[in-house]
Ligand binder design. Structure first.
Ligand SMILES: CC(C)(COP(=O)(O)OP(=O)(O)OC[C@H]1O[C@@H](n2cnc3c(N)ncnc32)[C@H](O)[C@@H]1OP(=O)(O)O)[C@@H](O)C(=O)NCCC(=O)NCCS
Length: 441
């Protein structure tokens, strides 16, 4: 498990950052910055954070928005604009103002990047096409991404040039169209095979009932987006919709975070806990079979569990010898929880044991997912009953994981004897696997 020191690690801790260097070397991150964040005093720090990422051989593509500047310019010109975010109808006067806003924002970004000594180029590597008529309404100058010139972007990145992509994008005929920057960034991340799509926004993340969703599986995000009772600010909804699309396009992670927070970008990437919302692939993608190299991490987890007598103490050797029974829950290559599945003679019953979640991650559904996974796995291996022996977590197994009270008779004789000898006086709980429909491979 993470030591106290690891958990207290700050993005400024060089050793902390260096741990991740091999993990992200030569990976592409697409970072989309809202227009309001470019105008924010923290933007300078964001650019410094980007310089740190680049120094770690992470390849960054930057996209900027213009909504904030468009509204400001419209106020100065006493004009009414047809759409702010580039998703609705863009009429000719709004398009003209959007070009002005984009030039202003791009120049500001260039100034900051230059101050940080970063080589950068504004590029026409994206081609757009008209959105056209939707529900009878001609969207005029609103565009969507038609094609990404991956080769030119890769050439720029290989030359250590940071591509800056603006939301005013030319179509095949060279006509400028206004493209929503959230959509633009998603398309870039998908086409470039980016490891991360990061939205820097004036919001703390995706909040539900005032709480930022820190780790959000793709499926849960989709449920939120489809739930008509959940009201989201349209700007956050737009990012959340694009984040879900990015995951569908195999971008492993999409982040929505507060661009106004000092060091926020590095904290989100290099701190285990993160700052904003990280959307990741579905629930069980984070659970995998343990490997031999995980033995030390598992030993550390078991040791902490044994301290409070919640788990049976296990030596490293014991773990190594039974490694095939363990599965682990991982976040960004860090093991934050584990469980093991032990077959009883005959294979009709299995026992889920060594369920442990690092304290920081308690209450976020990790323990329940590990047990649900164990149920699916046990069923796929032909077991009819899953047993849990617990000293302190009867409530967890019964209320959260639907186990019911069992008895010593549910255990094979050898296990009964082992339990007696241990003196742990554990309670026997059981779950009928016939109730489950799914199974995992
Ligand atoms: C027990 C343990 C695995 C739970 O992990 P977790 O990730 O915090 O659990 P979850 O977030 O999935 O909790 C799911 C639900 O169980 C509830 N829960 C968690 N621990 C509980 C407990 N000890 N008693 C009763 N309910 C509990 C949670 O409140 C949550 O309820 P909700 O769905 O209504 O919100 C974790 O607390 C742990 O590692 N404990 C130490 C080791 C241990 O005791 N292991 C069991 C030995 S077999």
């Amino acid at each position: 498990m993470a030591s106290q020191r690891e958990r207290a690690m700050k993005p400024t801790d060089l050793r902390g950052i260096l741990r991740y260097v091999p993990m992200f070397r030569d990976h592409i991150f697409v970072i989309a910055v809202d227009g309001s964040i470019v105008s924010h005093e923290n933007f300078n720090n964001i650019v410094t954070d980007i310089a740190v990422l680049k120094s770690l051989s992470i390849k960054v593509i930057l996209v900027h928005g213009i909504g904030h500047q468009l509204v400001t310019l419209a106020g100065e010109h006493n004009m009414t604009i047809s759409d702010i975010q580039g998703e609705g109808i863009t009429d000719a006067p709004t398009m003209s103002l959007a070009r002005e806003a984009s030039a202003l924002v791009s120049q500001t970004v260039l100034e900051h990047l230059s101050q940080a000594g970063l080589r950068c180029a504004i590029t026409n590597a994206v081609r757009a096409t008209n959105v056209g008529v939707i529900k009878g309404k001609n969207h005029l100058f609103t565009g969507k991404v038609e094609k990404v010139d991956v080769a030119i972007l890769k050439t720029m990145l290989s030359q250590d040039i940071l591509p800056l992509v603006t939301p005013i994008v030319c179509d095949r005929e060279g006509q400028s169209l206004r493209v929503n920057s959230d959509h633009l960034a998603m398309e870039l991340a998908a086409a470039m095979g980016a490891s991360k799509l990061i939205y820097l926004t004036p919001f703390p993340g995706l909040q539900i009932d005032g709480q930022v969703k820190i780790n959000l599986p793709e499926d849960e995000l989709k449920k939120i987006l489809n739930d008509k009772k959940i009201k989201l600010d349209p700007r956050i909804r737009s990012k959340a919709v694009q984040a879900a699309k990015a995951l569908d396009e195999d971008v492993p992670r999409a982040h929505i975070l507060d661009g106004r927070v000092f060091g926020g970008l590095l904290t989100e990437i290099f701190d285990k806990v993160g700052l904003g919302t990280m959307v990741h692939a579905n629930d069980y993608d984070q659970i995998r079979q343990a490997k031999k190299k995980d033995a030390q991490a598992l030993y550390n987890l078991a040791k902490h569990g044994a301290k409070t007598d919640a788990l049976v103490g296990r030596t490293r050797l014991q773990i190594e010898q039974t490694i095939q029974e363990f599965f682990v829950y991982e976040i960004d290559d860090s093991i934050i929880g584990c469980a093991a599945l032990r077959a009883y003679p005959g294979g009709k019953s299995m026992e889920v044991c060594a369920v442990y979640v690092q304290p920081f991650y308690h209450g976020r559904g990790v323990g329940k997912k590990l047990v649900e996974y164990a149920k699916l796995k046990a069923k796929s291996l032909g077991a009819k009953k899953l047993i849990a022996l617990t000293t302190q977590t009867q409530g967890f197994f019964q209320s959260a994981c639907n186990f019911v009270a069992g008895s010593q008779n549910d255990l094979p004789a050898a296990r009964r004897k082992e339990l007696k000898l241990s003196g742990r006086n554990s309670q026997v709980l059981q779950f009928n696997l016939k109730k489950l429909n799914n199974s995992v491979r």
